[in-house]
Each structure stands twice: as structure tokens, then as C-alpha cells.
Ligand binder design. Structure first.
Ligand code: SAM
Length: 281
């Protein structure tokens, strides 16, 4: 049986049996492979790093969409940076109040292959009339656009290769420029138990631009090494003060079916244990 061994860490690897290879190629931007695995369903990897699996993607996508969107409460325009598999888009589309979604993905092949081989990720969201796909580097897009967004979600690869620019001070500064007053930026920020530098670097870089910058977490099984951190960056100090009853009302009004998100999970996600909080002092 052919196996896919993740190469994110030299000292430790997760290994998947490749029960069926659905697509594999160098796209010109990155090495892309999509395969079937008995435990995780359809799996996508880029440049040797697991990006998403059918079995656990809901945890990641619900965490990076419903927490900022229910905290904001009135988001109409959403920007997704990366997100080529379509899972983030699927969850954003569930919010009836959202009127426009722009997704800036650097590698068109990821979107094309995800449409074909990961249909459950996008679940038709690529055809949502509110959706616009832009094939571009996300860092260039936020530096050049005159559009503004209420929520910006950076759903990028790790800061290796094309994803590296999405973890820079300049990217965060440009995202701030593209946020409407009271808007919020959230980003995929790695597994801090194994990638502590990503946490501290983002904290320092975002501290230059945002009044409220912290992290929240969720355990995504195939992002190995413990909880994944999501950066939270906004000038709107009220967003993290939204109370349980308000979140419950917004969640009920949206009538969204979730497998991970609840208002209590939302509130608990921001509770950082000392091994993480102490790095941010
Ligand atoms: N859930 C994954 C994770 O946490 O690592 C991310 C999944 S999604 C597939 C990551 C996407 O970011 C990929 O489609 C990749 O092509 C895209 N990407 C990487 N660098 C980018 C950049 N500079 N601008 C826009 N998209 C980028």
C-alpha cells in the first residue's frame, strides 16, 4: 500500500495509507495531491503538508468562520485569503446576512481539483451568487484593493513557500487597511505546541496594528501536535465581549446546522492555557 508521509516536521511524521490517488501534480505554485484514506476520507496535501481531510475539516472551517461572524453580528462583506478547497466558503455561505464573499486564492489548480475531487468541501458554494473568485497572491490583493470587508479570514498554508507572505507585518497592516470600522481579521496560525514561533511572531506583528490581538484555539486531529491557534485581530474591543445570550440569539436566528460551533465553544475557545498565554506576555 502506497503511503503519504507528511514532511512538516523532521523529527515526527503522520503517515496516511493512500487507498486511491485521485490527483497528483506540480501546479506551478506547489505540489498538490488528493487521495482517499479509509479513516480520513478524501485528503488534500500541498508541498508535503496535510491541508484538509473530509473527516475533520468541519472543526477548522467552523472555527474560522462562525466565531468571527457571530461575534461581529452584522457582517455583509467577507474576504477569504487562500481557502482553495472551498470548505471555508461553504461555511461563510451559511450566514444569510452575508451579501458578498471574495476569495483570493493563489493557485487556480487547487480550486479546480477541489471542485472535482473534494465536492463535499465546497458543497455547491462555488456557485453561490454572492461569491467572487480572484486568482492572485493574497498579500498583493490586500495591498492593492480599494475594497473593504467586515471579516477577513486567512485560510492559508503554513508560512512556507507561497504562504509565507501571509504571516508578515505588512500583510497584517494591509488587512487592517481593508477592514471596515469594527471589522476583524482571523488567521490560521499553526499548532503552537510544535510551531511556537508562529504564535509569538504573529502576536508581535499584529500588536503593531490592532488594539485587540490574541488567539483562540481548536483541536483539529490531522493538524498534529495539539490545538491549532487562530489569530484574532481587531480594533473593536466589543467583539470579544459579546455575551452568551447574544451569541445564542444570533446563532438561533441564523439557523445554521453545525457539528463543532456552539456559543459555549465560541466563548471557551479564547481561554488560553498558561503554556500558550505565558508566551504572549
Ligand atoms: N486548512 C489548511 C491549513 O490550515 O493549513 C489551509 C487549507 S487551504 C488549501 C490553503 C490555501 O492557501 C491553498 O489553496 C494555497 O494555494 C493557498 N495559498 C497559499 N499561499 C497563498 C497566497 N500567498 N495567497 C493566496 N492563497 C495562498
Amino acid at each position: 500500500m502506497k503511503r503519504y508521509n507528511e514532511t512538516l516536521y523532521d523529527a515526527w511524521q503522520q503517515s496516511f495509507s493512500m487507498d486511491e490517488v485521485l490527483f497528483e501534480a506540480n501546479t506551478g505554485q506547489q505540489h498538490l495531491v488528493i487521495f482517499k484514506n479509509a479513516l480520513w476520507g478524501r485528503v488534500m496535501a500541498l508541498d508535503g503538508i496535510i491541508q484538509t481531510t473530509e473527516a475533520d475539516e468541519f472543526i477548522y472551517h467552523e472555527s474560522l468562520t462562525h466565531i468571527p461572524l457571530f461575534a461581529h453580528g452584522n457582517a455583509k462583506r467577507v474576504l477569504i485569503i487562500g481557502g482553495g478547497d472551498g470548505g471555508m466558503l461553504r461555511e461563510v455561505c451559511k450566514h444569510p446576512g452575508v451579501e458578498e464573499i471574495v476569495m483570493v486564492e493563489i493557485d487556480e489548480a487547487v480550486v479546480e481539483m477541489a471542485r472535482t475531487h473534494l465536492p463535499n468541501h465546497s458543497a455547491g458554494a462555488f456557485d453561490d451568487p454572492r461569491f467572487t473568485l480572484v486568482i492572485n497572491d493574497g498579500a498583493r490583493f490586500v495591498a492593492e484593493t480599494d475594497q473593504q470587508f467586515d471579516v477577513i479570514i486567512s485560510d492559508s498554508t503554513d508560512p512556507i513557500g507561497p504562504g509565507e507572505v501571509l504571516f508578515t507585518q505588512d500583510f497584517y497592516a494591509q488587512c487592517k487597511r481593508c477592514l471596515t470600522p469594527g471589522g476583524v481579521l482571523v488567521t490560521q496560525n499553526g499548532v503552537p505546541f510544535l510551531q511556537p514561533d508562529e504564535l509569538v511572531n504573529t502576536f508581535k506583528r499584529q500588536s503593531q496594528h490592532f488594539a485587540d490581538h490574541t488567539f483562540y484555539t481548536a483541536a483539529v486531529p490531522t493538524y498534529v501536535g495539539g490545538v491549532m491557534a487562530f489569530a484574532w485581530a481587531t480594533d473593536n474591543l466589543q467583539l470579544r465581549q459579546v455575551d452568551r445570550a447574544t451569541l445564542q440569539q444570533r446563532f438561533a436566528d441564523a439557523a445554521i446546522t453545525t457539528r463543532y460551533y456552539t456559543p459555549d465553544v465560541h466563548l471557551g475557545a479564547f481561554a488560553l492555557p498558561p503554556y500558550l498565554a505565558d508566551q504572549l506576555k
